[in-house]
Design a protein around this ligand. Sequence first.
Ligand code: AMP
Ligand code: GLY
Length: 408
Amino acid sequence: MKVCVVGSGGREHALVDALSRTAEVVITPGNPGIAESVADRPEDIEADLYVIGPEAPLVDGLADRLRAMGRVVFGPGADGALLEGSKAWMKEVVAAAGVPTASYATFEDLDDALGFLAGMVPPFVIKTDGLAAGKGVLVTDSLTEARNAVGDYLSGHAFGEAGRRVVIEEGLSGPELSVLAVCDGNKGVLLAPAQDFKRVGDGDNGPNTGGMGAYSPVPFVNDELLQEVQDNFITPTLAELRKRGIDYRGVLYAGLMLTPSGLKLIEYNVRFGDPETQVVLPRFDGDLANLLLEAANGDLRTEPQFHDEACVTVVCAAQGYPSTPRSGDVISGIADAEAADGVNVYCAGVTTNDDGQLVTSGGRVLNVTATGETLAAARARAYEAAARISWEGMFHRSDIAAEAAAQT
Ligand code: AMP
Ligand code: GLY
């Protein structure tokens, strides 16, 4: 089977790695750190299966265009991708599906939004309705900060058109959990759970990012909790989408919080998580290309299996991320890091300079990923490997999976 992966980040590098175990794989556009990269448009590549990584092309209808050409695609059409493309629409769908989630209201008018904030108790949770690369969410106890954010969002200053409508939510608390379901339009099968780290700094401080690291498995998640995810989140959501005429084939990613009053949905994404994919797929035990093909064909038969070993990824980022990452710095040490047992370095924000050297070209540059018998072992390997990599201004969190590793 030939698979075409669409995207250029660490998530797609991990997908290429896992799919290559059983299939011939190309990736477009990829990046210079991924050997299978080709420059052609996906439409111009002949493949048996197309796997679309990022949300933007999904929201933009790439899956629909490929399907109209008769291609087999893993990834929802623009209709289903709206679950991520519009948080207001997502909230309306999950309310109709009876899925537990934070209460909310949407606003386009500044005075209405400020009036609503004045009646809330902190923390205040402000989200752009549209796509903002994981950065459009503010959680704060400060009413002043919340008021300023609403002004910046609605005026278009902070996130352009994506922020001209905002969702203001009830603040929830509790440990977070990412569960990715592979869906075939009718049903979904769950992949191994993961936890990611959204804030830029140690101890969950600083602004939200696209994700600074992740690990799998998650110690507090048992089979009963996963069954709850299936029964109370994935199954009713797919049923509600079907009711609306949406044939959802792709990943439905549930971002969940285990609150004192039970599991609640924080967000849905319509694609593999980044960096969750980097820790889930190395644990996948089977033929991933075949699983995704079954889903793309609307005929899921395989129950995914996972190795017992643990996996941890540490995101190495460029100085200034998430606001203004510097770029063009020469990266060294990848081969040295990968020489260690169980280590893979997934390349994300990289390019080559005029001398052909690999240099930084984005905020999240590399994902240093390691497997091990336990979370503690995987974590130690990932950090030892990350210490072998360097460029001017590189930084990473030092507490990825620390708490979970200490519990196991
Ligand atoms: P999202 O992009 O919607 O997943 O939000 C990013 C992060 O903001 C989440 O992972 C949570 O840590 C936090 N967050 C989002 N919504 C809420 C909420 N209603 N209450 C508390 N924290 C939230
Ligand atoms: N790790 C968060 C995301 O993929 O949106």
